[in-house]
Design a protein around this ligand. Structure first.
Ligand code: DP6
Length: 358
């Protein structure tokens, strides 16, 4: 792979077992493993173009809601520049946590879904950025490692160095555990590995949007606050059993087994957020309306298998078999609390594209 301008897209993911609470939140070193399903349609697409040697700084452009590409807000641009510094250090053979010399980049990015609404746009965004930068530096990020391609666990490590732990999962398709012992890296460089492919278990994620405004408290602050909740220690003690249950459900493709753990996890994430000091409330009245509707769907004798989960936001992800997604989406869209519905499904992870954004 020759390097130069490169474009990659990467999907968001929805956590079945949540990453919430970290040993070092800024470096995304978690206190416990998490397991997610990589999505297909909710994606970030990012082009990176190495700038001439005289360029002093990285340029970051963002397209918001289908508009023109414009200089990104400083908060986002700063995070992208810090991630680029870590990627340059990796390329220079360093550990990847500081700034070193290397090409500056022009970066352009767009999302296929509303950013910062609890839909993990940083997971897809930083997974796409790590993939595109690796390609721009001539390191075939999605190729076969036997033929010089980058090992996927290493790409996961590169995505994590953005500070977004969920980005470490989004570079793999299907059902993903992070950190995974199988992926190596150890405690200070946690990496993800796939438990199963999307084709192994074609589940859908029908996302009921009850709010599209950015969330008030970032996941980073949520991780910092989590240990202040009196429920956090009990959660850590409970997690090994839940992780085992979710791994077993994925192996057996058993939604009736996965579902109750999914809902337990979602409620517990928010229980901990709400009981942190100071407390963090992500739920809106619409969240409860959708949760109630999902329970009613399951119990209606309709034969629908719908189970709810949420990330750090107000929106509800409804996990169900793909063949039921259309009907479930239609029913949820009828609820007054629901502004719109995104019908997504398990997907295969990042991709490279010939068409560039800039
Ligand atoms: C609630 O630190 O990965 O989504 O960088 O904002 O995407 P972002 O968050 P990150 O924490 C993820 C928190 C979570 C649960 C999860 O995805 O595991």
């Amino acid at each position: 792979m020759s390097g130069g301008k490169a474009t990659a897209s990467a999907p968001a993911n929805i956590a079945f077992v949540k990453y919430w609470g970290a040993r070092d939140p800024a470096r995304a070193l978690p206190l416990a493993p998490s397991i997610s399903m990589t999505l297909e349609r909710c994606r970030s697409r990012t082009t990176v173009e190495p700038l001439p040697a005289r360029a002093g700084a990285d340029e970051v452009l963002l397209r918001v809601a289908g508009g023109e590409l414009e200089p990104a807000p400083e908060r986002f641009a700063g995070r992208v520049r810090r991630h680029l510094d870590a990627l340059r250090e990796w390329a220079a053979g360093g550990g990847g946590e500081g700034a070193v010399a290397g090409p500056r980049f022009r970066v352009a990015t767009e999302n296929s879904f509303p950013a910062a609404a609890g839909l993990a746009s940083s997971a897809s965004g930083f997974a796409a950025l790590a993939t595109a930068v690796a390609a721009a530096l001539g390191r075939d990020p999605l190729g076969d490692p036997a033929r010089g391609g980058l090992d996927r666990a290493e790409l996961s490590s590169l995505a994590r160095r953005s500070g977004s732990g969920s980005a470490a999962r989004s570079v793999l398709g299907g059902y993903v555990e992070w950190p995974s012992e199988a992926a190596g890296g150890g405690e200070d460089d946690p990496r993800a590995a796939a438990l199963a492919t999307a084709a192994d278990w074609p589940l859908a994620d029908v996302i009921a949007l009850v709010e599209d405004a950015p969330k008030a408290v970032s996941s980073l602050d949520g991780h910092r606050l989590a240990p202040t909740s009196p429920h956090f220690a009990r959660r850590l003690a409970e997690l090994p059993r839940r992780l085992d249950e979710v791994r077993a459900a994925i192996r057996a493709r058993d939604l009736e087994r996965l579902g109750p753990v999914l809902e337990e996890e979602a409620v517990e994430l928010h229980l901990i957020a709400m009981s942190s000091r100071p407390p963090v409330f992500y739920w809106r009245p619409g969240t409860l309306a959708v949760l109630e509707a999902v329970r009613a769907l399951r119990g209606s004798g309709s034969g629908l298998a719908a189970w709810a989960t949420m990330d750090a936001g107000a929106n509800v992800h409804v996990i169900c078999p793909t063949e039921q997604a259309g009907e479930i989406a239609e029913r949820l869209a009828r609820l007054p609390a629901v502004r719109s519905v995104i019908d997504d499904r398990a997907g295969d992870g990042p991709a490279l594209h010939d068409e560039h954004l800039i």
